[in-house]
Design a protein around this ligand. Structure first.
Ligand SMILES: Nc1ncnc2c1ncn2[C@@H]1O[C@H](COP(=O)(O)OP(=O)(O)O)[C@@H](O)[C@H]1O
Ligand SMILES: [Mg+2]
Length: 320
């Protein structure tokens, strides 16, 4: 069963010079108790996908089409008060810049209790119990004592755990983790990923994991969606993405990973993803693509096609 379904969703931004498509026909299913990833370089539309689910888009965003279904409701059609009862409750965000999302003036305990006490029926004792419990889930040592700590007393990794604990304190069915480990070093990244995986396994929570690093999401994701310039260009189970990547962009991302270069120099991808205002004829990856077929790829956009069961790719190489 799917907990959340994004169907044919497109979104644009109104800018001074015009209106620009930012997300183009996104389809994404997040099954119950799953970890689904969105991967792509910066600017590809990952955060805007997340913000669409939370209905927290910037003011100049225009929703062009599609639906985001959660519990039989289209989130896009909910009123502000209806979405507020879902956001930070059934759907929680671990934001891209977590270091600013703890309030330096309040203890960790106070901030957790503020979230937990949104549930008016919970007793004071149970609320404290729950605050300790969520800190224990994210493996903060001496959880009870740490309730009285202030954020500045925590290291970067501990702060991030505390933020995940805040997301857990809400009873979220879906946690959206937007680049949850970007500012952290590699060992701590792995620990945070382990914690997210345990949350999925033990609590049954679904996780939408957003990252620009394929190697980070590989181990635990059930499905990987590779995004490029506002489109999902490849979608497959994690194992398939690593064993049989098809889209030249996915292949380029994999070749840029240290583990895959077998001691050779890292092969970074030439150039940058286009910004939304850039006009590109045909496939938006074609100017950077090593496999570009002239008069095809630079003429018309390819469509996302299922090339083998559960493996979708948007590329002419697999159409002709
Ligand atoms: N308020 C805005 N107005 C215009 N363009 C925006 C706005 N916010 C984001 N963008 C653009 O939308 C694109 C997608 O952004 P985002 O989803 O944040 O990318 P990602 O999270 O993959 O790095 C980017 O090109 C970004 O510059
Ligand atoms: Mg982002």
């Amino acid at each position: 069963m799917n907990l959340l379904e994004i169907k044919n969703y497109s979104m644009s931004f109104r800018c001074e010079s015009g209106i620009y498509t930012t997300l183009n026909n996104i389809n994404l299913n997040i099954p119950q108790q799953s970890m689904v990833s969105l991967v792509g370089e910066s600017g590809c539309g990952k955060s805007m996908t997340a913000m669409s689910i939370l209905k927290l888009l910037p003011k100049n965003a225009i929703i062009d089409s599609g639906e985001i279904i959660f519990h039989n409701q289209n989130i896009l059609e909910l009123s502000n008060s209806e979405i507020r009862s879902i956001r930070g409750n059934k759907i929680s965000l671990i934001p891209q810049d977590p270091m600013t999302s703890l309030n330096p003036l309040y203890t960790i305990g106070n901030q957790l209790l503020e979230v937990i006490n949104k549930d008016k029926s919970i007793s004071k004792e149970d609320a404290i119990k729950k605050a300790i419990e969520v800190l224990e889930i994210v493996k903060i040592p001496k959880a009870k004592e740490k309730l009285n700590a202030y954020p500045h007393e925590f290291s970067g990794g501990m702060k991030q755990r505390a933020i995940i604990a805040m997301a857990l304190a809400t009873n979220a069915e879906l946690i959206i983790a937007d680049e949850p480990t970007t500012a952290l070093d590699v060992t701590i990244q792995a620990q945070i990923m382990n914690i997210l995986n345990e949350i999925k396994e033990n609590l049954g929570t679904s996780i939408l994991l957003i990252s620009h690093e394929l190697n980070l999401v590989g181990q635990y994701s059930d499905e990987i969606n590779v995004m490029y310039s506002g489109r999902i260009v490849e979608k497959a189970p994690s194992k398939t993405i690593f064993e049989n990547p098809l889209h030249p962009y996915t292949i380029a991302l994999l070749n840029a990973l240290p583990a895959n270069n077998h001691g050779k120099e890292l092969k970074t991808i030439n150039g940058q993803p286009p910004n939304i205002q850039e006009v590109i004829s045909g496939c938006r990856f074609n100017p950077r693509c090593e496999k570009m077929i002239d008069k095809i790829c630079n003429v018309k956009s390819p469509a996302l096609k299922e090339v083998e069961p559960n493996h979708l790719v948007e590329c002419y190489l697999y159409e002709i």
